[in-house]
Every structure is written in C-alpha cells, then in structure tokens.
Design a protein around this ligand. Structure first.
Ligand code: GTP
Ligand code: MG
Length: 152
C-alpha cells in the first residue's frame, strides 16, 4: 500500500476541527504513520507549494500557512490512499466540493480550505520527505489491518 502526506491547515486547527478530520482517515481504515503540529517556516511552506510559485495567490498562500497558528502534518498509509485522500478532502474550491468531503462540509473559501492532501505518488514522496525525517515514520500493523485490507 501507499502513503500520502495530509496537512490540516491553520484554519482547521484554529476552528478546532483536528479530531473530526483525523477521524475521517482513521475510520476509513487508513494507518497513521506520523503526526505532528508545528508552525512551518516560510522556507518550508514555499518549498511545499513550489509548483505554484508563479500563481498570483502564492504569497498569500504562504502567509496563510505560516500565520503562526500551527498546522497538523500527517502521513497516512493504505490502499489507494493518495486518490482516496483527495476524495475525502474534496475539490480545491469548497464551493465545488462534494458536501460529504471535508472542504464541502466545513469550508466556503478557496483561500481557507482547511486541508491539504498529496495529489500524486511523486508529490507524496516529495512532501513526506520535506516534512518528516525517516525516524518519525512508524512501521506497525493496526489490529484491524487484515480486516481492512483483505480483498478476497
Ligand atoms: P492542496 O491540497 O492544498 O495542495 O490544494 P489542491 O491540491 O486542492 O489545490 P492546488 O494545489 O492547486 O492549490 C494549493 C492551495 O492554494 C489550495 O488548497 C488553496 O489553499 C490555494 N489556492 C488554489 N487556488 C487558489 C485561488 O484561486 N485563490 C486563492 N486565494 N487560493 C488558491
Ligand atoms: Mg495541491
């Protein structure tokens, strides 16, 4: 199975939605590999969103992520977790997000859309390496793992 980098943005922490958001991934059956709360440096936020550096909202985006209210950085593992994580998160613009998604349930503005999830295997690998040291990533088997993962 694969791993995805998921981050609750400062508005999610400030609005005290951390538990609800973590629960969505936990209850689906994904494995929590790493979790920490931190206020990212501008350098880290800029590198994380480096693909968007030419976009007009880039500076505002970096300011939002580095506001001083922490983010919650996580690594989740499981079957197809990159694509399924994006479905849990919902469309970038909450106005277009499915109402059952995190953004569609809790957010109204693209500039305050609560949560990030990796969009591909390559970005997941880059982001996990950017936010976590190898020693912070745990390897264990949740007790329900065989029940969650069986496909026969
Ligand atoms: P992330 O999971 O955060 O990477 O979002 P995404 O993959 O759904 O969208 P994308 O990577 O294209 O954009 C990254 C983030 O930039 C978004 O989540 C928004 O917070 C912000 N963003 C994207 N488009 C806009 C925009 O048009 N206006 C503003 N203000 N912010 C935007
Ligand atoms: Mg993105």
């Amino acid at each position: 199975s694969e791993r995805s980098f998921v981050m609750i943005k400062p508005d999610g922490v400030s609005r005290q939605l951390v538990g609800k958001i973590v629960s969505r991934f936990e209850e689906r059956g994904y494995k929590l590999v790493a979790i920490k709360s931190l206020t990212p440096s501008p350098a880290l936020a800029k590198e994380h969103y480096s693909d968007l550096s030419a976009r007009p909202f880039y500076n505002g985006l970096v300011k939002y992520i580095t506001s001083g209210t922490p983010v919650v950085a996580m690594v989740w593992e499981g079957k197809d977790v990159i694509k399924q994580g994006r479905r849990i998160v919902g469309a970038t613009n909450p106005q277009e997000a499915d109402p059952g998604s995190v953004r569609g349930q809790y957010a109204v503005s693209v500039g305050r859309n609560l949560i990030h999830a990796s969009d591909a295997f390559e970005s997941a690998t880059k982001e996990i390496g950017l936010w976590f040291d190898e020693a912070e990533l745990s390897d264990y088997e949740p007790i329900a793992w065989p029940w969650v993962m069986a496909d026969n």
